[in-house]
Structure formats: structure tokens, C-alpha cells
Write a protein that binds this ligand. Structure first.
Ligand SMILES: NC(=O)c1ccc[n+]([C@@H]2O[C@H](COP(=O)([O-])OP(=O)(O)OC[C@H]3O[C@@H](n4cnc5c(N)ncnc54)[C@H](OP(=O)(O)O)[C@@H]3O)[C@@H](O)[C@H]2O)c1
Length: 286
């Protein structure tokens, strides 16, 4: 069976992990591995069990795929160096794995007529050995033109991932979705904790108070969908309780409570009568 060849530039956590998964799939062969430090490239080759550590871009063999697994801030620079000094096959495809970085980080390569794409695994590669063991089923977001995405979808499947395609130009919204889901959940936890402490709940008991409720609510929202999971004063049309909240919230919390409340009214939809909606919105806008 023909194995497509893959070069890896950047022998860190993601580069090593994907390299080993691709080699283990039996469908891809790791060719050259280049990193900022020779020791990193040698360590990656040992971990992957395949490939040749090289010291410069010019020494990279020609390959069907090149993964730029360098830190986000270095992708454009690495792409420029590759476009300048690299050697390519007619169908070579270069891709990066950043969740936030756009495809245009690879513009210099695209200008040379080289196919480019992005494959972002929604996974935390803290330690390569653990990452390899736990990667199966990971969603992999693909960005690029249709032929490049089709090739990257095959590669993602060989990794054990579940590929899906982003809308053209959808990278920023995709990353914002992950940030809201992850970072803002943390911010909301902190905010709820602040209010619990305002009510006199001791520091050591805040997590025990809000934790079970947060876990259960998140599980409901993910299983039933956000609209069906919604409970509480807004979806009940209980304007009196909303008014009592607003009366005690600190100034810095008021704007976020009001904006999220408006969003919650919209989510409640037809579960609120027009009159109830108007009463709650009047308070939130007040
Ligand atoms: N880690 C994750 O959980 C995760 C998840 C999804 C996507 N990603 C994406 O994967 C990419 C790599 O992230 P990572 O976490 O693997 O980073 P990392 O562990 O810091 O590894 C980056 C590697 O790039 C090498 N490097 C830096 N500058 C270089 C250059 N100019 N030329 C060649 N190699 C260079 C470093 O080499 P030396 O070791 O030789 O110094 C380092 O090993 C990023 O785009 C990131 O957004 C990461």
C-alpha cells in the first residue's frame, strides 16, 4: 500500500503526537522532522519511531504533506522560510494546526501555488504519550479549499479524529466559540462565586454550593439543548425576582447580568408571554 509522506516542522507536543498517530495508522510515513533545536527533532523521531531529523528547511525531503506544528506566532515566518527554501512535489500540501490562526498565515506558500490548509484538533496535547492514548474521536476542524479539506479529512481520520469543515472565513468564529465555551465558563464560575461570597457563603464552601448546580445545568444544556434546559426566574417570567437581583448586584456585575438576561429572554422565546417578556426586558434595560 502506498503511504503518503509527511514532514513535520516543529517537534513539540502536537508535532510529536500527530506524527506518532500518523505513523501508527499505517497509511502515512513520517519523512523529515525539523525543529528549532536538533535535540527536539531527534527526540521526536525516537518517539514517533519513524522519520529523519534534519537541521534546515533545505534538507527536508520532498513530501506529500508538511505539518507546521510551530507556535502560532511563528507559523507565518516558518511558512515564508518553507516557501523560500523548501522543495515540493506537484501535489504537496502544507497545513498548520492552530485554532486561532487563519489560513492566510500560509499565504506565501499559496502564492507559490502550493496547496494549503489547516487541521485543528480540539484537544489538549499536554503530554505526547497521554495525547496519543486519548486522541481517538477528537473533533478536527478543517479549513481550506475543497480538495485540501478532502485530503486533510482523510488524514484526520487516519489520526483517529472526527473531521468537520469550517465555513470559508469561519476560523475566528470557531475560535470564539471555543473561547466562550471554555474561558467564559470559568469567568461565570468566578462571577457566581463573587455573588455567593457577597451573600456570606464562606470561601471554602463556594465550590460545593455552585459546583453541583453548574455540572447538572451544563449536562442538561448539552443533552437537552439550551432552550429546553433553561430554568429560573427569567424563563418563569418572574420580574419581581429579577428586580431583587438587580437591586443587590455590584455596579461592575450589572452590565453582564443585564446583557446575559436579554439573551436569556430570547432563549426562553414562546415560554414567556409577550407581557412577561416586556416586563423582564424593561427591568433589564432600565
Ligand atoms: N498543545 C495543544 O494542546 C494544541 C492543541 C491544538 C492545536 N495546537 C497548535 O499546535 C501548534 C503547536 O503547538 P504545541 O503545543 O505543539 O507547541 P510546542 O509544544 O511549544 O511546540 C512547538 C515546537 O515548535 C518548535 N519551533 C519553534 N520555532 C520554530 C521554528 N522557527 N522552526 C522550527 N521549529 C520551531 C519548538 O522547537 P524546539 O523544541 O526545538 O525549541 C517546539 O518544539 C500551534 O499552532 C498550536 O496552536 C496545540
Amino acid at each position: 500500500m502506498h503511504k503518503a509522506s509527511v514532514n513535520i516542522v516543529g517537534a513539540g507536543r502536537l508535532g510529536q503526537s500527530l506524527g506518532r498517530l500518523l505513523a501508527a495508522s499505517g497509511r502515512y510515513r513520517i519523512a523529515g522532522v525539523l525543529s528549532a533545536h536538533a535535540e527536539s527533532a531527534a527526540r521526536a523521531v525516537a518517539f514517533i519511531g519513524q522519520g529523519e531529523a534534519v537541521g534546515t528547511i533545505a534538507e527536508l525531503p520532498t513530501a506529500d504533506y508538511t505539518l507546521l506544528a510551530v507556535p502560532d506566532g511563528v507559523i507565518a515566518e516558518a511558512a515564508q522560510a518553507l516557501a523560500r527554501d523548501g522543495r515540493f512535489l506537484p501535489d504537496s500540501l502544507v497545513f498548520h494546526a492552530s485554532g486561532a490562526g487563519e489560513l492566510d498565515l500560509l499565504a506565501t506558500l499559496a502564492e507559490r501555488g502550493i496547496a494549503v490548509g489547516c487541521l485543528h484538533p480540539a484537544f489538549s496535547f499536554a503530554d505526547p504519550a497521554r495525547a496519543v492514548a486519548g486522541f481517538a474521536g477528537t473533533p478536527c476542524a478543517l479549513d481550506g479549499d475543497a480538495p485540501s479539506c478532502a485530503r486533510l479529512a482523510n488524514l484526520a481520520e487516519a489520526l483517529g479524529g472526527k473531521p468537520f469543515r469550517l465555513a470559508p472565513g469561519g476560523k475566528a468564529a470557531y475560535h470564539a466559540a471555543l473561547s466562550v465555551a471554555s474561558n467564559y465558563l470559568v469567568t461565570l464560575t468566578e462571577l457566581a462565586g463573587q455573588l455567593a461570597r457577597q451573600a456570606g457563603v464562606p470561601d471554602g464552601e463556594v465550590a460545593g454550593l455552585i459546583g453541583p448546580l453548574m455540572r447538572q445545568t451544563l449536562a442538561n444544556a448539552l443533552t437537552l439543548g439550551p432552550a429546553a434546559a433553561l430554568t429560573g426566574p427569567i424563563v418563569r417570567g418572574d420580574a419581581g425576582t429579577v428586580a431583587r437581583h438587580l437591586a443587590v448586584l455590584p455596579d461592575d456585575v450589572q452590565p453582564v447580568y443585564r446583557r446575559l438576561g436579554e439573551r436569556t429572554v430570547a432563549l426562553a422565546g414562546a415560554r414567556l408571554s409577550a407581557q412577561q417578556q416586556a416586563a423582564v426586558l424593561a427591568l433589564l434595560h432600565g
